[in-house]
Design a protein around this ligand. Structure first.
Ligand SMILES: Cc1cc2nc3c(=O)[nH]c(=O)nc-3n(C[C@H](O)[C@H](O)[C@H](O)COP(=O)(O)OP(=O)(O)OC[C@H]3O[C@@H](n4cnc5c(N)ncnc54)[C@H](O)[C@@H]3O)c2cc1C
Length: 467
């Protein structure tokens, strides 16, 4: 067991083949004591499964999900970062085959200078291919392209019985779509073949537009998102009344090489890696409604409507990656990212009610991001539904959990759902009501893993698996 002091100091206890250590997701809440393995080969991985040394096991990529999805209290956690080899590349078809521990950053670093980018990328590149499949991640282009899963041709899945299955839309179809969004519970993704996007440059042409409120933002998105492959809005979550949801829309397309100015000598050169580190935990009270209100007013005023601004891919897709350990901003107690999806019908009212309840709670989200979702895929636990998604970062403090449960009820009322990759708080009842294909998922999981070896703290909290 991790003693309280060990948890705080991140100290570890050595044991055979694994280290017992305190682990958390990106939100640093919850922190749990887990037995962590770092296999270097698929043979070692299979041996861990076979050993029976742990009551249960779950995969861990780069820990960029926010809550307890990759954690396994008092159980085994398999870290994939040493299983990160590129296996094959077909430039003609833009298809990369790689191990699941390869990070999206490694793919960008190697393939962007060769004219290929990710077809779908989340807002950080510190995510593994396995983590991207398991959470079926989305990017700023969901309204046009759907999720990461739409670009996975096939993958190899190691089941808890030690069998390796090849899964694709034509082979083991059900398992393929249970694994996209299945949060590591169907099996261990060993490798995948994914389609990359050919690009002519490492730049995006971006239009910035201010929207006076939520209606204005959603109308603009509905009218003209079709012209943009990428679309996202920052919103002021503290503005109320007629200004509620005032926003800055940032929408763009990959820049063709011929549209770059002469100063850009190599259109595909990797953008500079900006970076500084947040060296310490901020005091928990640093981000309060006063400081966030001041920041939001400044940020909204700072932006002007501007067309065709040339922005490099690092800055456009991964603005937060420039600050290492930015999660320390929320203090030692950590934070929860509350991300919801709401359907087109009634979605505007649902978003307004979420923002109103947040304002009444006197809490503020430093980051509030709004996107539009296009059509969902067949993923049984995949998050996106056609409509809108809003993500809010909320520091852990007294009263947060009851607030999140209250917001869950609002979201459910409007036919929406929360995102497992961000979740640390939802109840099993709310989760079951939000995901109508849960029973189907449980049946497939039961067939693949009858002993229930693959389990996480989140899966037990949400009763996706038996406790
Ligand atoms: C700054 C930031 C921005 C983000 N922006 C977005 C965004 O725009 N869109 C979005 O969708 N998400 C976003 N995310 C969330 C992130 O993309 C997902 O949580 C992703 O799953 C994290 O991948 P990971 O490799 O870190 O996996 P982890 O967080 O370690 O694990 C996530 C899940 O994947 C499972 N898993 C990992 N590897 C494997 C494997 N090999 N086999 C089977 N299961 C596996 C784990 O068990 C766990 O359930 C963001 C996160 C951060 C920190």
């Amino acid at each position: 067991m991790c003693a309280r002091n060990d948890m705080r100091n991140g100290k570890v206890a050595m044991a055979e083949g694994f280290k017992t250590q305190a682990l958390s997701g990106w939100g640093r809440f919850p922190v749990e004591c887990c037995n962590v393995y770092r296999p270097e080969s698929q043979r070692q991985l299979a041996a861990i499964l076979d050993s029976g040394a742990q009551p249960s096991l779950i995969s861990f990529g780069l820990g960029r999900s926010y809550g307890d999805a990759p954690l396994n209290r008092q159980g085994g956690v398999i870290c994939h970062t040493r299983l990160n080899r590129f296996l094959a590349f077909d430039a003609q078809a833009s298809v990369l085959e790689c191990e699941a521990g390869v990070s999206l950053g490694e793919i960008v670093q190697y393939f962007l200078p060769r004219g290929f980018f990710l077809a779908v990328t989340p807002g950080t590149k510190f995510v593994t291919v396995g983590g991207a499949i398991a959470a079926d991640v989305h990017g700023k282009n969901h309204h046009q392209d759907g999720t990461f899963g739409n670009f996975v041709l096939d993958f190899k899945l190691l089941t808890s019985s030690g069998e390796t299955l090849s899964c694709s839309p034509n082979n083991n179809f059900e398992i393929f779509w249970a694994t996209h969004g299945g949060m590591g519970l169907t099996g261990i993704i060993l490798s995948a073949r994914i389609k990359l996007r050919p690009v002519e440059s490492a730049w995006v042409l971006v239009d910035y537009q201010k929207a006076t409120n939520l209606e204005d933002a959603l109308e603009r998105m509905a009218e003209s998102d079709v012209h943009y492959q990428y679309s996202v809005a920052w919103i002021d979550c503290l503005a109320t009344g007629r200004d509620m949801g005032r926003a800055v829309l940032m929408r763009g397309n990959h820049a063709p090489a011929k549209e770059l100015p002469a100063r850009v000598r190599d259109p595909l050169a990797e953008p500079p890696q900006r970076g500084w580190t947040l060296p310490f935990d901020f005091p928990s009270l640093a981000l309060n409604s006063l400081t966030v209100r001041a920041f939001n007013a400044f940020y909204y005023r700072l932006h002007r409507n501007a067309a065709r601004q040339l922005v490099d891919v690092e800055k456009f897709f991964y603005p937060l990656d420039a600050i290492q350990h930015w999660n320390r901003l929320y203090g030692r107690r950590g934070f929860v990212q509350y991300q919801v999806a709401l359907p087109l019908e009634g979605g505007l009212e649902g978003l307004k009610e979420v923002l109103t309840r947040l304002a009444h709670s006197r809490r503020a989200s430093f980051l509030a991001v709004l996107k539009r979702f296009g059509k969902p895929n067949p993923g049984l636990l995949s998050f996106p539904i056609q409509g809108y998604t809003l993500a809010l970062d909320l520091p852990v403090a007294r009263g947060l959990m009851p607030l999140l449960h209250e917001l869950d009820r609002v979201v459910l009322n409007y036919g929406g759902r929360i995102y497992l990759a961000k979740d640390a708080a939802t109840t099993s009842q709310s989760f079951a009501a939000m995901y109508p294909k849960l029973e189907q998922f449980r049946a497939i999981k039961g067939r693949l893993d009858p002993r229930g070896l693959l389990s996480s703290s989140q899966a037990r909290r949400l009763a996706i698996v038996e406790k």
